[in-house]
Write a protein that binds this ligand. Structure first.
Ligand code: FAD
Length: 282
């Protein structure tokens, strides 16, 4: 299937993108980044934006920066860039995102905005108390991940707002993400991300939004899930998957060298101090 007709606009700056969203507000504009979720939704006519605002030409929206305040991922940073950057659990988790071509085009900001409750970035942001920085007509604001995801494919983002970056704490804790899907590269049936330093777990695939539980006890977490039988998957099976995924994630996280991950991101090597203007490398 082909998408419904739309007009295409290429934004050259953050302010330009926000101005376009405001100017076109009555005709359902949508930002397009990597296009890995939006194009499929348009082709299936699940999304029918009147205008696409392409943000991929905004150079300062991509890249990884690291300073005393934490780790900042520009919205246009691709999954693949993070995968290669040596960022502990963030990099390790990227191998679960689709396939290489998807990771090469798909972006962190696009994933967070799309808000699939099993998406790795949504789980990681919730687990690590990330903050989503957005720019709108009245300026910038910051939204805690815990308040950002409101339901399936529904967030606290206003239609005229642009995600500019996602801020994670640094150093990262001992943490791991693992998941199960019927086929490699598919979205997970159940995913679990754990932070063993803080004793917390986030589950995907068991609730409309990433489910945060202040425990890493797999039996206790599985027993507490509110699940229903669904076509093709029973509550019993999903509960068992959740238990196993938490066990595996805890085992992986605790097998990392004791203490939080201090390794500097590759992209920051040589920079003094390690603060980069956000601008993606290779
Ligand atoms: P787009 O598709 O361009 O946009 C997605 C949504 O986000 C749109 O609503 C768009 O308007 C909005 N948006 C994009 N950027 C911004 C921004 N900066 N500010 C505000 N709104 C914005 N994802 C996973 O997490 N795990 C998987 O296992 C996985 N498997 C996949 C398998 C296949 C076959 C495919 C096609 C995709 C898969 N994906 C998976 C999705 C992929 O990770 C996408 O990259 C991601 O969901 C969206 O990122 P994008 O840059 O492509 O966003």
């Amino acid at each position: 299937m082909k998408p419904a007709a739309f007009d295409y606009h290429r934004a050259r700056s953050r302010a330009g993108a926000v101005a376009l969203l405001a100017e076109l507000a009555d005709e359902e504009p949508k930002i397009i980044a990597g296009g890995q979720s939006l194009v499929a939704m348009m082709n299936f006519r699940l999304a029918r934006p009147g205008h696409l605002v392409d943000i991929t030409g905004i150079d300062d929206l991509a890249g990884i920066a690291h300073d005393g305040a934490g780790l900042r991922l520009g919205a246009l940073t691709t999954h693949r860039t993070v995968e290669k950057a040596g960022l502990g659990v963030l990099s390790d988790a990227m191998r679960w995102v689709g396939h290489l071509p998807i990771r090469t085009r798909g972006t962190v900001g696009g994933s967070i905005a799309h808000a699939d409750a099993t998406a790795e970035w949504c789980l990681l942001a919730t687990l690590l108390d990330a903050r989503v920085r957005v720019l709108g007509p009245s300026g910038t604001r910051e939204i805690a991940a815990g308040e950002f995801f409101l339901g399936p494919f529904w967030t606290a983002l206003e239609p005229d707002e642009l995600i500019v970056e996602i801020a994670f704490p640094w150093p990262l804790p001992r943490a791991a993400l693992t998941e199960y899907a019927d086929r490699r590269g598919d979205f997970a049936l159940v995913a679990a991300a754990v932070d063993v330093d803080r004793g917390r777990t986030v589950l995907g695939g068991v609730a409309p939004v990433p489910l945060l539980v202040e425990s890493v006890d797999a039996d206790e977490i599985a027993a507490g899930l509110d699940l229903r039988d669904e076509p093709g998957i029973s509550a019993h099976y999903r509960r068992g998957l959740a238990r196993t995924m938490v066990q595996r994630a805890v085992a992986q996280a605790t097998s990392h060298t004791a203490g939080p991950v201090h390794t500097r991101p590759d992209v920051c090597e040589g920079a003094q101090p390690c603060v980069t203007s956000i601008g993606e490398g290779s």
